[in-house]
Design a protein around this ligand. Sequence first.
Ligand SMILES: *[C@@H]1O[C@H](CO)[C@@H](O)[C@H](O)[C@H]1NC(C)=O
Ligand SMILES: *[C@@H]1O[C@H](CO)[C@@H](O)[C@H](O)[C@H]1NC(C)=O
Ligand SMILES: *[C@@H]1O[C@H](CO)[C@@H](O)[C@H](O)[C@H]1NC(C)=O
Ligand SMILES: *[C@@H]1O[C@H](CO)[C@@H](O)[C@H](O)[C@H]1NC(C)=O
Length: 474
Amino acid sequence: MQLVIFFLMILTHTYADYPALKAVLSEKGLRDVSQMMAVWIQNKLKSTEFPEVRGGVDIGIGTVNYVISNMQVVQCSMSGQSMEFEQGTGVSVEVSQLSLAITGSWATQFGIIHDGGSFDLAVYNININTLLGLGDEAGRLSITTISCSDDIGGVHIQFHGGASFFFEPFVSTFQGKISEMIHVRICPAIQQAISKLEMNLQKMPVSIPVNQYIYLSILFTSSPAVTDRSIELDIKGEFYSKSFPSEPPFSASAFDIKYAENYMLSLAASEFFVNSAAYAYLSSEVLQINITDNMIPKSFPFHLNTSQFGVFIPQLRTLYPNMEMQVLLYASKTPLFSFSSGVIDFQLPAAAKFSVVKPDGTLVPLFRLDVDSSFSGSALIDNKHLTGVFKMKNLTLTVGSSEIGDFKTAMLEQMLVIAVNRFVLPKLNDYLKTGFLLPTLHNFSLINSKLLIKNGFVVIFTDVEDSWAVSTKT
Ligand SMILES: *[C@@H]1O[C@H](CO)[C@@H](O)[C@H](O)[C@H]1NC(C)=O
Ligand SMILES: *[C@@H]1O[C@H](CO)[C@@H](O)[C@H](O)[C@H]1NC(C)=O
Ligand SMILES: *[C@@H]1O[C@H](CO)[C@@H](O)[C@H](O)[C@H]1NC(C)=O
Ligand SMILES: *[C@@H]1O[C@H](CO)[C@@H](O)[C@H](O)[C@H]1NC(C)=O
């Protein structure tokens, strides 16, 4: 028994092991991230609050006590920053030649003599090197500071007001002290910012609600794979029914994407991703609908009543003359998508339970038709919209069960093929022609996107733009 449980655990574990979603950040993408980081660092520095500095300088005849306060970064420039992938670890971040202009107030006290004024401080050629490790922590992305070092090229300080000449002899002492004060704070500040980021990452949800019926698991299936040119994130990407969550009778399989170096991001989703959504909808009992005659437009040439169906099923006319009918149409199994080079195939196993509606409203079951249809199509990204087109490959209609005896389905099948081709598909394709707008996340939108359908998965190569930054620039 234990052996059985053991094997079952291995089995279920390997199911969950393959990701259905992958995201690869290229060097081009990392360059963009490093530019965003530069802006972030500069904004952060400008809003940094410096503590007051108090001290004393022995001038032989006593000690001059001083206070430096109200320090504020008024200008900040950076001549270089870079981020690089560190194979197997994460990313290294290098900031070079960062310079700051700081203003502040000074005050001294020597015995009963008080004095004060302002000062300008320039700190130049600050270099910072940080190595950040990327991993996964219980299915969430995790980031840690592995190492950090910094040095300061120089400090220049100028005092204004009061008897600032009095201060001049101590300038060299101050410069050393201030330089040291800034130096000892840089790496701890970075570590603190990274810890805060890590805390927020660990609070991120591992599943996101999609709508009232299903949610998506976004657990990491492994640590980010860092090579010297890219980072790949592997995410479970499985949908579950909210009301009846369960594993589908099919499993995810491994797939490899060749990311595109000339795009910032490569995003891929496997068949399992979409099929698990279909299964989750099926489990939520959403893929079923009652069709009554009053849902069919009056102008439509075909109606749900026994007089009309009697043309195909003669016994209906004698058993239930001139009566209305109702259909429960539902997916009998999971509708399945499959991807192969350039083509999306879609199989829809459906069934339709027909009943006759008695004048008192009660239903009398008549028969069940099994309708297996398959479609093929393609998809592409056109001007930020995901668009597509589908056509019917095959449709077969058989009698699944019948309470009114046997009947032939050839004519009904022909009718249905015509109806799907003339009415359903044109409507669907009209809708898919406009397509869906690609999603925007935190003001980041996808631009220059290209979609390819590969064997077992689809991949989108794309650049990312901060639409907010763009809109504020213009
Ligand atoms: C369809 O109608 C039947 C009979 O009225 C009802 O039992 C069933 O719940 C309905 N199903 C849906 C999906 O509306
Ligand atoms: C059945 O549908 C046909 C076609 O729309 C209509 O002419 C006829 O009156 C309907 N019969 C009943 C009983 O509703
Ligand atoms: C449609 O499917 C049926 C049953 O699977 C098969 O016999 C038939 O050849 C198919 N038709 C086409 C056009 O593929
Ligand atoms: C997105 O941009 C709007 C302004 O267009 C801004 O107010 C908002 O804070 C931005 N949201 C995020 C998540 O950055």
